[in-house]
Every structure is written in structure tokens, then in C-alpha cells.
Design a protein around this ligand. Structure first.
Ligand SMILES: NC(=O)c1ccc[n+]([C@@H]2O[C@H](COP(=O)([O-])OP(=O)(O)OC[C@H]3O[C@@H](n4cnc5c(N)ncnc54)[C@H](O)[C@@H]3O)[C@@H](O)[C@H]2O)c1
Ligand SMILES: O=C(O)CC[C@@H](O)C(=O)O
Length: 528
């Protein structure tokens, strides 16, 4: 059947062409499905693609037992329960660039329509009124535009508004003086925007911090006669407060593309002649829809082919050059985690990662995720992945500490993973050998050289003549062939370790029998 993708909201046909042309992808359209149908059928799918209509709730995610990736053809992911997706190890991707231009153009269209009362005049003329006095507008030239949120769309709006010869003041917690100067705009705080702007346009995401950002107090702090544009998200404006501010003539007009509840057919704000509106059309152009659908489709294909996606929302995004540098360490880190967890005989309380040499110069976060994934998979199963590994560790009270050190111990790159339990610390270190791939080079303080692959047997024993021979004979009686063997010891006659690669899995009863041999302290079988 291949990788099953469900498209739940209408997406551009040209945009989904990459999916239609892909042999390993099976595509279904669920755009006409009810919420109930979606809940009942979602478990059939590996991927779900939406725009802003479908609410991807925790309930839906819980029922989506096969879902691996959710694609949002657009920017805002406020219709997706990101926490639930992360907890279930589902990667969420979006298309943050494809509709920037359209949303910025729509904002400008709304501001111009608002300042010249075009929709109201059009409606009046349609009603056979020729009223020129009532629809006197104001020019944009020399007015001050306040922009709240100067990200992709905010910056494009600033660029266009300068073409209208407006003065621009912007507030964004990440806006630097340098960037503001480059854009030819003034950087201010939010009070400066309220105090100076004749028009205020919002371009932030809807977050806890931005919900009802424009509320009663905010409107009171604004200039009399200010006009408001919102083509970002409903919910950033307190609609009740806006209604009152318009009635009180504090706010002269508002142009709204987005609303707290969508869709709707009756709205108190639309009863006010000062309000003009569109039904969430900011991204509704042929170009934007094609572009966002192509972006999510291509990312789904990358995912299916095991490549890194370009626009992850619940994973740190890694630039392509950086990815090629760190990707080879992913397998090493995961194998170190898988190996180490089998040395633990108590619950893990802390995971410490030590990076040195070349690997310490890279972006280590994604490597850590792979090590933690390896540690957790053994006990939690295959649903642990890069998306939820850190979350699952944190939920179990396990703390994770990353360290960069200069102790390369002669290797060009070295990753040491250490677990701390109630009574001890265990660790394993590995390196990427040029051209030869991952190698385990230390188990606790013992030096070894083991390829982390296949069936491994780790023996802790007393360093005495004849132990190695005894081990070999014992395994021979169980028809277990030794492929490679590494031995190291703390002191002559002291504690020692043997790490063997054997040709088959070692059963529990064989391990128990091994542990009964006099010089053997412990025996652990590890299948990687
Ligand atoms: N109407 C539509 O159809 C449509 C289309 C595209 C995007 N959008 C919406 O437009 C908004 C902006 O999209 P974008 O692509 O420019 O996003 P973006 O992430 O590029 O920019 C958002 C900016 O808001 C800033 N910000 C966050 N919190 C802030 C706060 N409290 N005060 C001031 N600034 C704050 C961020 O620092 C960031 O620079 C989003 O809400 C998106 O969903 C709507
Ligand atoms: O899907 C849409 O048309 C809306 C998209 C827009 O709100 C976004 O956040 O990208």
C-alpha cells in the first residue's frame, strides 16, 4: 500500500503533484469528511496534510496510531496540538515561506481599502446610493504605520508601506537596531507603537503571550482615530474590546481577515460600518497555495526517503550544510545509547553526554536526541524517535546534560555517554573512524575496539590465566561461535572485561549458566 497520506483540507492540485507522482505514496482526499469520519479513519494514515480548517486535536492525534508526520500547508500551526504530536513522536512540518508575499499583499490591500472605505462605498453603490461625502478617506502618505511582529510578513509589509511613503515604527522582541535601519524603519517598544501609529497592523503568531495582546488597555493607549489591520490570527485581538473601542470612536476602523472563531456567518463586529473583513483570505492566491502545497509535499517525500525535512516545527531545523556534518554521528550516538542501557541495573536518573574533538565543533543537540532515543528505545519500544525522545526522558524525571570537553583521548572525535543511577555511573564512548564507521572504544574505563553491530556479549571477569579459554569452551558447548573478542583489565589479576561479537543471539538461560562460572562477575548480551 505504500506510505498513506490523507489530505484533509483543499490543497492546490499542482502543489501536490510531487506526491501524486511518487510511486511509494498512496494519496487519499478527505476534504469532504466530517470530524467523526476523520476520527474513525485517521488510524489508516501515515501522514496528514491540512491547511487552517482541520483542527488536529489531541483526540485526533491519540486515534492516529500510525501517523508519523503532519504537514501544515501554511505558516500558523495553532490548529495543531503540537504538544500531543510531540508526545506521540509525530513530526509536524509547515510551509513558512510560501504565502508570505500573498499575506503581505493582502495586508496592504486591506489597509488601502480601509483608509479609502472602498468596501463600504462599493456596498452603498450596489444599493443604488451615489454618496461621495460619506466616503471621504485619508491618505497613507506621511502617516505612521505601527507593525507588531516584524517576521517574514511584517518585514514585507514594512517594505511595501515604505513605497506608500509611510513612516514605520515596529515592535518585535527580536528586532535589532541594525535590521530596523536596514529596512529604513524605526524600532520601538509596544507603547511607542500605540502612542505614534495612525495604523496598526499585527503580524505575530497566536501564542499564549499574544492572545488578546490588543485588549481594552492597549486600545486606550493608542492614538484617537487609530485604524487596525489583522491578517495574522484571530485571538490576538480581544474582539469585545475592539467592538467597544470602535463604538467609543477611539478606533476609527478595522480591517480583519482572521477571527477568534472561524468559520462564522454572523458576527457582532461586522454590524459596525467601520469594520471591513475577508474570510481568512490572506494566503488565498494561486501562487501561495501552489507554493505551500509543494513545500509540504516535498517535505513528506523527504521524510519517506529517510532524509531530513526542511521545515520541522517540533524539531530544531538544521541547515543543510550542518546536517551533512552531523548526520554520520546519529547512528553512533544511537548505538552508544542502545549499548549503554543494557549495562544499567537500576533506573536511570541522569544522562551526561561528553563531546570532544571534531564532533564538539558541530551542532550537538540532534546527536544528543539520537543517544537518548537509543537509551529509551530498549525499554519503551519503537515509538521513541527524534521528536519525542527528550520529552519522554524528561517525563520520567531523567535530566540530560550536554558537555563539550577537550579530552579526545587520541581520537579525532569522541562521544561519551554516561548514565547515573542511584548507586553508580556507567559509561560508554565511541568514535567515528574515518571510512570505517562507528566504533565503541571505551566501556566504563576499559579500552575496547568494537563495531556496534550484531550480537555482542559483555563479560566482567577476574583477570586470571585460563578464563578466556574457559569462556571459549563454554560457548562452544552451546554452539555459539565467537567472531571477534576484545579484552582489557584494570590491573594484573584485577577486574577485567571481555567484549565479544558472536554469531547468534544468546539466550537468557545461557547467560545465567555463564554467570555461574567461578571467575565471571557478570554477563550481558546486547543485540544491536
Ligand atoms: N491571513 C492569512 O491567511 C495568513 C497567511 C500567512 C500567515 N498568517 C499569519 O501571520 C502571522 C505572521 O506570520 P510570519 O510568517 O510573518 O511569521 P514569523 O514567525 O516570520 O514572524 C512572527 C514574528 O512575530 C514576532 N513576535 C512573537 N511574539 C511577539 C510579541 N509578543 N510582540 C511582537 N512580536 C512578536 C516574532 O519575533 C516574529 O518575528 C502568523 O500568525 C501566521 O499564522 C496568516
Ligand atoms: O490555509 C490558509 O489558507 C491560511 C494560511 C494562513 O493562515 C497561515 O497561517 O499560513
Amino acid at each position: 500500500m505504500g506510505f498513506r497520506v490523507l489530505i484533509a483540507d483543499p490543497l492546490s492540485e499542482e502543489g501536490i503533484a510531487p506526491l501524486l507522482e511518487s510511486d511509494d505514496i498512496h494519496l487519499d482526499l478527505g476534504t469532504e469528511w466530517t470530524n467523526q469520519e476523520l476520527l474513525e479513519r485517521i488510524s489508516d494514515y501515515d501522514a496528514l496534510l491540512v491547511r487552517s480548517q482541520t483542527q488536529v486535536t489531541r483526540d485526533l492525534i491519540t486515534k492516529a496510531t500510525n501517523l508519523k508526520i503532519i504537514g501544515r500547508a501554511g505558516v500558523g500551526v495553532d490548529n495543531i496540538d503540537l504538544d500531543a504530536a510531540t508526545e506521540h513522536g509525530i513530526i509536524v512540518i509547515n510551509a513558512p515561506n510560501g504565502n508570505t508575499n500573498s499575506a503581505a499583499e493582502h495586508t496592504m490591500a486591506m489597509m488601502m481599502a480601509l483608509s479609502r472605505k472602498i468596501p463600504q462605498a462599493y456596498l452603498s453603490l450596489k444599493n443604488r446610493q451615489w454618496d461621495r461625502k460619506k466616503y471621504i478617506g485619508i491618505e497613507l502618505k506621511n502617516k505612521t504605520l505601527g507593525i507588531i511582529g516584524l517576521g517574514r510578513i511584517g518585514a514585507e509589509v514594512a517594505y511595501r508601506a515604505r513605497g506608500q511613503r509611510m513612516n514605520i515604527i515596529a515592535y518585535d522582541p527580536f528586532l535589532s537596531e541594525d535590521h530596523a535601519n536596514k529596512l529604513g524603519i524605526k524600532k520601538g517598544n509596544i507603547e511607542d507603537v500605540y502612542q505614534h501609529a495612525d495604523f496598526i497592523t499585527i503580524h505575530t503568531p497566536l501564542l499564549k503571550e499574544t492572545r488578546h495582546l490588543l485588549n481594552k488597555q492597549a486600545f486606550e493607549a493608542m492614538k484617537d482615530g487609530v485604524q487596525i489591520i489583522n491578517c495574522a490570527r484571530g485571538g490576538i485581538i480581544d474582539e469585545e474590546a475592539l467592538y467597544e473601542a470602535i463604538q467609543a470612536k477611539k478606533v476609527a476602523g478595522a480591517a480583519l481577515d482572521v477571527f477568534e472563531e472561524e468559520p462564522f456567518y454572523e458576527h457582532q463586529l461586522l454590524e459596525l460600518p467601520e469594520v471591513i473583513a475577508t474570510p481568512h483570505l490572506g494566503a488565498s492566491t494561486i501562487e501561495a497555495q501552489e507554493s505551500v502545497a509543494i513545500d509540504v509535499s516535498e517535505d513528506v517525500i523527504r521524510y519517506v526517503h529517510g532524509e531530513a525535512v526542511r521545515n520541522p516545527v517540533n524539531l530544531p531545523s538544521i541547515p543543510r550544510e550542518a546536517l551533512s556534518e552531523i548526520e554520520p554521528y546519529f547512528l553512533l550516538a544511537e548505538k552508544l545509547g542502545q549499548f549503554l542501557i543494557l549495562l544499567a541495573d537500576e533506573p536511570v536518573e541522569q544522562i551526561n553526554l561528553y563531546y570532544s574533538g571534531d564532533v564538539a565543533k558541530t551542532k550537538i543537540g540532534p546527536i544528543t536526541r539520537n543517544a537518548v532515543k537509543g537509551l529509551l528505545t530498549r525499554h519503551l519500544g519503537d515509538h521513541v524517535n527524534d521528536v519525542n525522545a527528550l520529552y519522554l526522558a524528561e517525563k520520567r524525571g531523567v535530566t540530560i546534560h550536554e558537555n563539550k570537553t577537550s579530552s579526545t583521548q587520541g581520537f579525532t572525535n569522541l562521544i561519551r555517554v554516561e548514565i547515573v543511577t542511584k548507586s553508580k555511573k556507567r559509561s560508554v564512548a565511541g568514535t567515528l573512524l574515518n571510512g570505517l564507521g562507528p566504533r565503541i572504544v571505551k566501556v566504563d574505563h576499559y579500552s575496547v575496539d568494537v563495531t556496534p553491530k550484531g550480537h555482542l556479549l559483555v563479560i566482567h571477569h577476574q583477570d586470571q590465566p585460563g578464563v578466556i579459554g574457559k569462556m571459549g569452551s563454554f560457548l562452544a558447548t552451546k554452539h555459539i561461535n565467537i567472531a571477534t573478542m576484545q579484552v582489557d583489565r584494570a590491573d594484573i589479576g584485577g577486574n577485567a572485561i571481555m567484549v565479544m561479537t558472536v554469531d547468534r543471539h544468546i539466550e537468557k538461560n545461557v547467560l545465567e549458566a555463564l554467570k555461574q562460572l567461578e571467575e565471571i562477575h557478570d554477563a550481558i548480551s546486547i543485540d544491536l
